[in-house]
Structures are given as C-alpha cells and as structure tokens.
Design a protein around this ligand. Structure first.
Ligand code: PMV
Length: 341
C-alpha cells in the first residue's frame, strides 16, 4: 500500500512595491537588476492547497471559483504553476504527483501582485505537502524562482527589501528577501482604486525583458540606490512628507521606462490619470496621500491610518473608479487548517 498523500494549505499576501523591481538579469529565475522595497498587504491574499501523492503521474492544477468549486486551470494560468511544481519536486528530490488549487480573492493580472501572492502561497503549500520546512529566507528564494520575482517579498510581513543586502549597494541578485521593518512599526494604509479589472495585455515578465531597451534604464539603475535609502529612511522615521514624493517619482519612472521600451508598453489608462490627479488635489487640501502603480492601470493610494477615510471618500466618488479595496500593511504567509479540496 502506498503512503498517504501530504497535503497543506497556505495563505499568502500580495505586496505593493515602493521601489519597483523592473528589469531582470534572468527573468525565469527571478534574478533582478535592482533592489526593491515593498509593503506587504493584508486583504489582497491568495489561498493555495497542494496535495503530493507518492506516485508518478500527471500533475493537476485547478482554480477555485466563487462558490468553492474546482475548475481545471486554463493553460496560461496552469503553465507557470506546473513549471514551478516541477522545480519544487526536483528541489525536494521526491517522486510525487501534485494536485494544486488556488483561490485569489482580488482581481488577477491587473497590476495587483496576484502572481506574487499566488506563487508565495503555492511555494509554501507545496514544500509543506512535501514535508519540508525551509526557513523563510530559503522559502523566499524558492518563491522567487517561480519567475514572479516579487513573490520573494510576499514571504514576509511588514516592509520588505529584496534582494537583501548588508547595508552596501553591491547587489547580489540571488539573495533572499528580508524584512526591514515590522508591520507594527507604521500602520500605513493602501486604498486601491480599481479602474480596470481586466488582465493586462503585456505581462510583467515581458516588461522585465524589455526594460533594458529603454534609453533611460541605465540612468534609473544608477540613481536607484539613493532613492531606496531615502525611502527606507522615510519609513524608519515615519515621515510621510518625505515618503510621498519618492514613492510617486518611483512609480512614474517605472512607467516611463515601460513607455520608452521597445516596443513600448502603456499600462496607464485615462482612469489611472484621473486617480493620480485626485491624489494631488487631496494633498493640496492637506490630506496625506500618495499614489503608486505596478504593471497595470489600477492605482494604489498610500496614506497614514488617520487619512484613510478622506482618501476613500474622494476616490469612490470618481467616475473612473469602479471599486475600492481598502488594504493595509500586514503579516507574511501562514498555513491554514481548511483545505480548498
Ligand atoms: O514579480 P513580477 O515578475 O510579477 O514583477 C513585478 C513588477 C512590479 O509589480 C511592477 C514591480 C514590483 O516590484 O512589484
């Protein structure tokens, strides 16, 4: 009789980058050309159950629908998951057949880091199903190798840098992510303005590949360490006045690189611009808020807890905004007892 399958379910958060990962030495291995820094979120989470059967055979990948039913995943979703499961199987040196199911509780592929949370959850669930217990740094290296590099940052709560350094600017692209400040250091909020829920047309994977074709990319890389230090200092000192212009400049620069890549990539929509303008107006009125966008049209508006109400009220009144997710800095991934199947 064969041994019973190992089964585990993990929950892992998305994160919003304050300093963005854009451009890779090796996209598929998630080896970045620059250091990034993010805030882990609380409400934007993915759940993933992995079952490892001690026998050879075809792996199966499912998505969980709104009513809890299992649907076989379509090839664009299943492909990267199957490749990652194969990588984890080799890492553990085990002959097993996987069944994996994922539920993502927020719009996917729309610049909200669904792949970071999904791959962090898949990695944790799979290693536990394989009865392995890597430390968080090793977990972050495994998650990064999914091809969604920013999944490395979703392996920790609070404010997270990746790749971790020893205080110098020398980049070791293979280093793990590491938390720089705990979440209770500063209860920042992230009011996400949804202007378009449809999946983006150009993946961030493709964006990383094209980044170096922008004539501005080398300048960006040269100047980034200084900005990262300044963002870290603003976080340490809980200085929103210092943080806001740095975060906005960084976001605009990421999109400037994308727009000047060959061929160019435009993630902004008219609605994104409307939200960014509303944030500037709010600031003129004395509300502390700043915007940042990942590879998609939806806008993350960061603010201290006391300003969240004013931000949410203004953004929800905009024609372009079809909904808000009111999120905040949060904890890292965890195992949960209730399985998806
Ligand atoms: O980790 P990836 O390959 O999904 O790329 C993330 C790219 C950005 O979200 C735009 C920036 C970041 O650092 O999260």
């Amino acid at each position: 009789m064969s041994a019973p399958p190992g089964k585990a379910t993990a929950r892992a958060p998305a994160n919003i980058a304050l300093i963005k990962y854009w451009g890779a030495e090796e996209v598929d291995e998630g080896l970045p050309l620059n250091r990034s820094l993010s805030m882990t979120l609380t409400r934007c989470v993915s759940l993933c159950t992995v079952e490892a059967h001690p026998e050879e055979g075809e792996d199966e990948v499912f998505r969980v629908d709104d009513r809890g039913g299992l649907d076989p995943a379509d090839p664009p979703f299943a492909g990267p998951v199957l490749r990652h499961l194969e990588r984890l199987r080799r890492w553990a040196d085990r002959r097993v057949r996987f069944r994996a199911a994922t539920r993502t509780g927020f719009p996917m592929g729309a610049g909200l880091a669904s792949s970071a949370s999904g791959f962090a959850a898949l990695t944790l669930a799979a290693v536990r199903a394989l009865d392995r217990d890597p430390d968080p740094e090793e977990l972050s290296i495994l998650a990064r190798r999914s091809g969604s590099g920013s999944a490395a940052r979703s392996c920790f709560g609070g404010y997270v840098e990746w790749p971790a350094g020893d205080g110098d600017d020398e980049l070791d692209p293979g280093a793990p992510a590491r938390p720089v400040l705990p979440r209770d250091h500063w209860d920042l909020r992230d009011v996400i303005a949804l202007v378009d829920r449809s999946p983006k047309k150009v993946s961030s994977r493709e964006g990383h590949r094209r980044a170096e074709t922008s004539p501005h990319f080398a300048t960006r890389l040269a100047r980034l360490p200084e900005r990262l230090h300044a963002v870290r200092r603003a976080l340490e000192e809980r200085d929103f006045g210092a943080l806001a212009p740095l975060v906005e400049a960084e976001s605009v620069e990421l999109h400037m690189i994308a727009m000047t890549s060959r061929p160019p990539i435009f993630y902004w929509s008219g609605g994104s611009v409307e939200v960014m303008e509303a944030v500037r107006t709010l600031r003129e009125e004395g509300v502390r808020a700043c915007f940042t966008m990942d590879a998609g049209p939806n806008v993350h508006v960061l603010c201290p807890a006391e300003d969240e109400g004013a931000v949410a009220e203004r953004l929800s009144a905009l024609d372009a905004v079809g909904g808000l997710i009111r999120d905040r800095v949060g904890p890292g991934p965890s195992l949960v007892p209730d399985h998806l199947f």
